[in-house]
Design a binder for this molecule. Structure first.
Ligand code: SER
Length: 343
């Protein structure tokens, strides 16, 4: 008999790797992964099966669904915001069409299992578009339903996929014979910029935070692509992964929406640089803002209002700015480079 599994797409990405380790530690779920690139050797034993392939490959997804009883999907595969501006059409294909494929697979599985497959989707602060730096400075913590005017393809893709998820969860084929069948249980989190002690992101625009830190830990000089005053919300990777699991396990009766902001701390490039220099004396950081990437960061809010997540499923970050650096990032990064891991 098949045993139910959790499917993780984009498993070889930053969130994916951290999530796999956490799922493995908890030992509660059996995990099947798919990613364009093969998982590093050390992560493979944590999974029941790993597939190297493209989420645009419908045949591959159907094969995975045929071989496993998927009861949860973490759909993490995506092209991030800077990469998406370099190739907007590809971003749309992967971020929207790929997501639609996954939703179709999960919907079919819901029908097969006779219960709603939980579909956990990482959205982003990139769905926001602040009209000006002045308004960004005065807007304070931004609620989910405000300023939904993204200026990046990635932000547009995430905003639309949140709606696609809501549609699949509540209205899919509302005219058809399947109108009463089990639908998806879609739940999404709008993540701030994420910072991991283990991995460095690629292709994002919040990358200046983690890049600065990892460069300093390796004694490399760093030229920041936004100005010192650029400020957005950030969160540690352990908090991000914890949030994914909290939302996965939240009581559906308590969920009042399919879209949740979550916050931890907000920091400017200068504040991060100061903290990095305190931890790694001699760190060399200078600023050469890239006009486009700086404009993207300016379009994201300074902070988010996460009242809904706190009220509905008890969200509370473990790491504020000080704890993030003192208890997780600085010791974790020092360990990582001392161990000399390359993957
Ligand atoms: N970290 C992402 C990016 O920079 C935002 O979700 O694109």
């Amino acid at each position: 008999m098949q045993q139910p599994v959790v499917l993780v797409t984009g498993a070889n990405g930053e969130i994916g790797r951290a999530l796999l380790e956490r799922l493995h530690r908890e030992g509660k779920y059996r995990v099947v992964t798919v990613d364009l690139t093969p998982l590093p050797e050390r992560l493979r034993p944590m999974c029941l099966e790993t597939y190297a392939g493209n989420i645009m490959d419908r045949y591959l997804l159907d094969q995975i669904a045929a071989h496993h009883e998927i009861e949860v999907v973490f759909h993490l595969a995506a092209l991030l915001s800077t990469r998406g501006e370099r190739d907007p059409e590809l971003a749309h294909q992967v971020n929207v069409e790929g997501t639609l494929h996954l939703m179709r697979v999960a919907q079919n599985q819901s029908g097969r299992l006779g219960r709603a497959v939980r579909f956990i989707f990482p959205s982003s602060i990139a769905v926001y578009g602040m009209p000006s730096v002045a308004e960004k400075a005065t807007a304070g913590r931004v609620r989910e339903d405000l300023y939904n005017l993204p200026i990046t393809m990635y932000g547009c893709n995430k905003l639309y996929c949140e709606q696609l998820g809501r549609y699949f969860a509540h209205h899919y084929r509302q005219l058809g014979a399947l109108a009463g069948a089990a639908r998806l249980d879609f739940r999404s989190i709008r993540f701030p910029g994420l910072i991991s002690a283990e991995t460095v992101p690629t292709g994002g625009t919040s990358d200046f935070g983690p890049e600065m830190l990892h460069a300093a830990a390796q004694k490399h000089p760093y030229t920041c692509f936004v100005g010192p005053d650029a400020k957005i919300p950030f969160m540690t990777m352990p908090d991000a992964v914890r949030a994914l699991l909290m939302l996965l396990e939240a009581d559906p009766k308590k969920l009042t929406t399919t879209i949740y902001n979550i916050g931890a701390f907000s920091a400017s490039a200068r504040e991060i640089a100061d903290r990095v220099k305190a931890a790694f004396p001699g760190a060399q950081i200078d600023y050469q803002p890239d006009p486009v990437r700086a404009k993207i960061v300016d379009s994201w809010p300074e902070d988010v209002d996460d009242t809904r997540a706190r009220d509905d499923w008890g969200w509370k970050p473990s790491y504020d700015f000080a704890r993030a650096f003192d208890e997780y990032l600085v010791p974790g990064i020092a360990n990582r480079y001392r161990a000399g891991r390359t993957s």
